[in-house]
Write a protein that binds this ligand. Structure first.
Ligand code: NZQ
Ligand code: ZN
Length: 395
């Protein structure tokens, strides 16, 4: 192992911590652009409490409401323009991953003299790394992406139906205020998709990492087991704040970088899913529930040992040796059954996708990320035809 790690986001976690928003934001700037989604935070009172906290701390406020799920580059452009017009010096995101991602991209776009789509790989000659960004404070209202404390953002260009990502040290939020009470209103289906998303964040590095990372394996297994224990409780009873808290902590840990450290993991399942949500606007976690088991069955033949370990340690199976393909596949079946048990789809047809565009999805995925041989990075790397085969198996 050989790595460097830094996550600079300050974390304030616990029920009731929303009240500290004003004090936290006042430490970053005097006028906040408050970014929100389609209205859930206004309907459930979170926005009003946040605004009161900001006003109480003397922080001025402008608004960028209406960020869509699978946030669009046009929303980023709109937000950056409001920042400039209103003279904001800090960006506050109150919402799910879409809102937080848009807020981060706005924070970088507002101080960039060019097209913000330059930050996102989409086949262009030169990808621009954001050089600076306004400070961002995140208030997640949905447990899923971990965006609240990482340096990534995923944005869709609706004009070209390409969904791509940017990762940069300048995009780490200054502070994440993680108040599980804000997630009790998340509907049952979105709760389940969030559980799937967080689990997939750690399965990506678990299965695509270099191996020889025993602590990281145990971290990943701990996150998955915790999500499989507490996720169904949060799905069954959305008002269970204890279950909400455990799931939200798991989601944060799953993608704040700590589990991935040293694994050199890659994220082929995410890259394929992003293309599906770009074309069909499906919820990210639902798309992952469809793609991940199909990808796992494909990859298990190449790295049987990793999947046998997963079957044994996470699903409690008893393999015959460390390379037991039958046991590995049984583990994947049981994992897929878990996803179904909490209400996730596991077939493309369930999310309204047929076989018409499978080649196009593969090509668009490779437009965003490809290795020197033109394949999708992962262990194993996937050719265009491999991606089509994975998707075909999920029809
Ligand atoms: O838009 P509003 O009205 O707020 O409603 C949202 C939306 O309809 C609703 N919601 C959120 N909090 C709620 C709530 N409804 C009731 N009560 C609440 N407290 O949930 C719906 C989905 O919201 P969204 O933000 O889209 O979901 P999620 O958090 O799953 O974010 C998904 C986005 O994040 C990207 C995905 O690709 C997708 O675009 N990702 C970002 C990552 C990152 N930055 O690190 C990593 C992930 O792998 C992922 O790719
Ligand atoms: Zn994800």
């Amino acid at each position: 192992m050989n790595f460097e790690f830094q996550n600079p986001t300050r974390l304030i976690f616990g029920a009731g911590t929303l009240a500290r928003l004003g004090e936290v934001v006042a430490g970053c700037g005097g006028k906040a652009l408050v970014v929100t989604g389609g209205g859930s935070v206004k309907r459930n009172g979170t926005f009003g409490r946040a605004a009161a906290s900001l006003a109480g701390a003397g922080v001025g406020m402008a608004e960028c409401a209406g960020v869509e799920p699978n946030p669009r580059i046009s929303s980023v452009e709109r937000g950056a323009q409001i920042v400039r017009e209103q003279g904001c010096d800090v960006v506050v995101a109150i919402g799910g991953g879409s809102t937080m991602d848009a807020a981060k991209a706005i924070a970088a776009a507002a101080v960039y003299d060019g097209d913000p789509w330059d930050f996102f790989p989409h086949g262009q000659d030169r990808v621009v790394a954001p050089a600076a960004a306004l400070p961002v404070v995140t208030v997640p209202t949905l447990a899923a992406t971990g965006s609240e404390s990482n340096g990534g953002a995923v944005i869709t260009n609706e004009r070209t139906t390409v969904k791509s990502f940017v990762k940069s040290p300048v995009l780490y939020p200054r502070t994440a205020i993680v108040d599980p009470e804000l997630t009790v209103s998340v509907p049952r289906d979105q709760t389940a998709y969030g559980v799937c998303d967080l689990i997939t964040h750690v399965t990506e590095s678990y299965f695509n990492g270099i191996g020889g990372t025993p602590i990281q394996d145990r971290f990943a297994e701990g996150v998955i087991l915790t999500a499989m224990e507490w996720g169904p409780r949060a799905v069954a009873d959305g008002s269970d704040v204890e279950a909400r808290a455990q799931v939200q902590w798991a989601a944060l840990v799953a993608l704040n970088g700590w589990v991935q450290v040293g694994t050199q993991g890659m994220a082929p399942v995410h890259m394929i899913e992003h293309t599906l949500s770009a074309h069909h606007d499906v919820t990210h976690g639902a798309g992952l529930a469809v793609v991940n088991p199909a990808w796992m069955r494909f990859a298990a033949r190449a790295r049987t040992g990793r999947f046998t370990q997963f079957a044994e340690r996470v699903l409690g199976l008893a393999p015959k040796g460390s390379d037991d393909l039958a046991c590995a596949l049984d583990g994947i079946d049981r994992f897929e059954a878990f996803l179904r048990s909490i209400g996730c789809p596991t077939r493309l047809s369930e999310i309204g996708i047929g076989e018409g565009l499978l080649e196009r999805y593969a090509e668009d995925t490779l437009l965003v990320v490809r290795d020197a041989d033109g394949n999708l990075p992962g262990r194993p790397a996937l050719t265009r035809d491999d991606i089509v085969a994975v998707l075909r198996a999920a029809l």
